[in-house]
Design a protein around this ligand. Structure first.
Ligand SMILES: Cc1cc2nc3c(=O)[nH]c(=O)nc-3n(C[C@H](O)[C@H](O)[C@H](O)COP(=O)(O)OP(=O)(O)OC[C@H]3O[C@@H](n4cnc5c(N)ncnc54)[C@H](O)[C@@H]3O)c2cc1C
Length: 417
């Protein structure tokens, strides 16, 4: 049986970053794939949005209700620490207009290369094609079995990711291991996923998007939530950051109402009325140009409510006015379903957070057992928040394990690093 001080299961960003921090101890990373970071490579459509340029205090609102769990990790290793880490290791970064931070080369492969090089430099061993099947703890050591061999270690880090994009290797194995070791799991659910719309009218404008629009979520005819963001129309429904970030709240049968022109319904109604006298000869489609909607989308919406684009403002009837207000200020989409794990960017749910110490990432149930990354019940919005969380959790877990001697933690749980 091969032994190491620390075994990390999973060579994704969380596992690799944990490994990099563990100096002065032997570290073995077990990865089921033939290569590391498959999901990292497809992140940000291959450009890898590693973090966000916003203030640290603004980070928290991007992790839903469980954000408190991440406070220590994010304070110990901030977005600026992450940017500095990559820059010190020769990878410059750029920030886009939305605050998303990317490698200057725009290549996720370069991000992965830095992590792998750093592992090599720190003498971390990564063993590929090792599909961990079972984990148990006996006589103070963790015993892991893969389909090829058995391993034992004093510390164990589960960094196996969630269940989304299973072809990348994240197939929910970490939940089974956590259960085997006595942990409970908050049921996993796809998150950051596009939605499919019933009787969808927009298939012909697939690829068109609108920026910074307000969306209201209705369940059983009651408004229960709202969100603002960029929205893309797909072949079968809606996507884009505004929908992906909202998707963790959406259920089949819900109705999304989108304000396409960013003006309150009553104000828009009054505007149309005023224009019928002031700009009576102007056609409706010319009048609506000021709202800067893509023309193809506007024509589809008008077709859906059977109002002629060429109608003059003075000719609009009360019924047509009402239809225009409803369609442009509250266009309804009935949700058939939210995309599954094969199209969700992250997994909501996972190892329950009250069983893990957020100041160390160590299990509260099993000494020496640590968790990092998406396997835990925390998920973030689009914009670099998920990778930052994986790196910060990996950093904290690695530093704590590195500083642990004879059961005493030597690592200060503050932002002094
Ligand atoms: C299409 C897409 C785009 C994304 N874009 C971004 C982005 O731009 N910015 C951002 O912040 N986030 C993005 N994300 C999310 C981000 O990639 C993940 O949150 C992040 O990779 C999670 O890191 P992790 O290390 O926890 O898990 P993972 O990256 O899933 O890594 C887990 C690793 O564990 C291995 N493993 C699993 N089970 C076993 C086992 N039994 N034995 C051995 N090894 C095992 C897997 O093979 C995998 O290599 C994106 C996700 C997707 C799917």
């Amino acid at each position: 049986m091969k032994t190491a001080d620390i075994i990390i299961v999973g060579a994704g960003p969380a596992g690799l970053f944990t490994a990099i921090q563990c100096i002065d101890k032997s570290v073995l990373v077990l990865e089921k794939n033939e290569s590391p970071g498959k999901k990292l490579l497809i992140s940000g459509t291959g450009r890898c949005n590693i973090t966000n340029d916003c203030k640290l205090s603004d980070f928290y609102e991007h992790y839903g209700a469980n954000y408190r769990f991440l406070k220590t990790a994010l304070n110990c290793f901030t977005n600026y620490d992450l940017i500095a880490f990559f820059e010190q290791n020769g990878l410059e970064t750029n920030v886009d207009k939305n605050g998303k931070v990317f490698p200057a080369t725009q290549k996720s492969r370069d991000v992965l290369q830095v992590l792998v090089d750093k592992c090599k430099q720190n003498k971390v061993e990564i063993s590929y094609n090792q599909n961990v099947m079972s984990i148990e703890k006996a006589a103070g050591r963790f015993i892991l079995k893969t389909d090829l061999a058995a391993f034992s270690s004093r510390f164990l880090v589960i960094a196996t990711g969630g269940m989304s994009y299973p072809l990348t290797g994240s197939t929910g194995d970490g939940y089974h291991f956590a259960k085997q070791l006595g942990h409970s799991i908050h049921p996993p659910k796809p998150s950051l996923s596009p939605v499919f719309v019933k009787d969808y009218l927009m298939a012909s404008i697939s690829g068109v998007s609108v920026q910074d629009k307000m969306i209201y979520l209705y369940r059983d005819e009651k408004k229960i939530s709202e969100h603002r963001g960029d929205i893309g129309f797909t072949h079968k429904g809606l996507s884009g950051p505004g929908i992906l970030d909202f998707s963790r709240q959406i259920l089949s049968g819900d109705v999304l109402k989108m304000n396409l022109i960013d003006i309150k319904p009553d104000n828009f109604r009054n505007e149309i009325l005023l224009s019928s006298t002031k700009e009576g000869k102007t056609t409706l489609q010319t009048y609506l140009k000021k709202y800067e909607l893509p023309r193809s989308l506007l024509l589809l919406v008008l077709q859906a409510i059977a109002v002629e684009p060429e109608i003059r403002m003075a000719e609009i009837t009360k019924i047509e006015r009402n239809k225009l207000v409803a369609a442009l200020c509250e266009f309804p989409f009935i949700i058939e379903k939210v995309g599954g794990f094969n199209m969700a960017m992250v997994t909501a749910g996972g190892v329950k957070l009250n069983e893990v110490n957020p100041k160390t990432m160590e299990s509260r149930l099993v000494t020496g057992l640590y968790f990092a990354g998406e396997v835990l019940d925390i998920d973030g919005d689009t914009g670099g928040y998920n990778l930052q969380a994986a790196f910060s959790m990996g950093f904290l877990a690695g530093k704590v394990i590195s500083g642990t001697e004879d059961g005493q933690q030597m690592y200060p749980n503050s932002n002094t690093v």
